[in-house]
Write a protein that binds this ligand. Structure first.
Ligand code: SF4
Length: 208
């Protein structure tokens, strides 16, 4: 399968990106990528976007965030999924980063996943978006679309991440998440994908 062609077509297609994806693109701070990604877990972008803006009005650094009350943060990020847990996790990891790590977000997956509430998806996004390091952030869109294409045959996002690490050329690692998320939100939707108008249909095995 010509993955270079698929990536180029998706780049050229310039599908509409969600406001949250655009916002994440403006961050060049790993800490902002980290806490925004936590908000986005199990929550759609339409809800996550305004919640992220409200969170950033309260604090933008670990030092500031550790002083925010859990209740105050939970109210600001409501109604993202699990908002109370996420508020607790964000304040606790902010305290650790500020007090134990000198204010520096770790740039290794193994260190990042030690934070409560941070899984491989979030850790990979921090590496790729925050540090510009080659890492593959696999969410449900990336997992679903690569399997529909027939590029992989995997059972869950974690399996997909490791399969892509073997197969996907490194030059595509950083960009692939945004491209597939945007394609998944606009065309290759979870239910009723719009195959007749899909720009990469000729490469797709359409394993639905
Ligand atoms: S052809 Fe259909 S299944 Fe394949 S990527 Fe496009 S929308 Fe998804």
């Amino acid at each position: 399968m010509d993955i270079d062609a698929i990536v180029q077509i998706l780049k050229d297609a310039k599908q509409t990106r969600s406001e949250f994806v655009n916002l994440m693109d403006t961050f060049n701070d790993p800490y902002l990528v980290l806490i925004s990604c936590i908000l986005s877990l199990r929550t759609n972008d339409r809800t996550t976007y305004p919640a992220t803006l409200r969170m950033l009005e309260l604090a933008k650094t670990p030092h500031e965030m550790k002083e925010v009350g859990i209740k105050e943060l939970a109210e600001a990020i409501y109604p993202v999924g699990f908002y109370e847990n996420k508020a607790r996790q964000i304040i606790e990891l902010s305290r650790r980063i500020d007090e134990e790590l000198g204010g520096i977000v770790p740039d290794e997956i193994e260190e990042l996943i030690k934070f409560n509430g941070v899984g491989r998806k979030t850790a990979n996004l921090v590496l790729s978006r925050g540090f510009n390091k080659p890492a593959i952030c696999v969410d449900v869109h990336v997992h679903r679309i690569f399997n529909r294409l027939g590029y992989l045959k995997t059972k869950n996002p974690e399996e997909t991440e490791f399969a892509l690490r073997e197969k996907l050329p490194t030059k595509h690692w950083i960009d692939i998440n945004t491209l597939m998320v945007t394609h998944g939100q606009n065309v290759c939707k979870p239910i009723n994908p719009k195959c007749p108008e899909c720009p990469i249909a000729e490469y797709c095995k359409k394993i639905l």
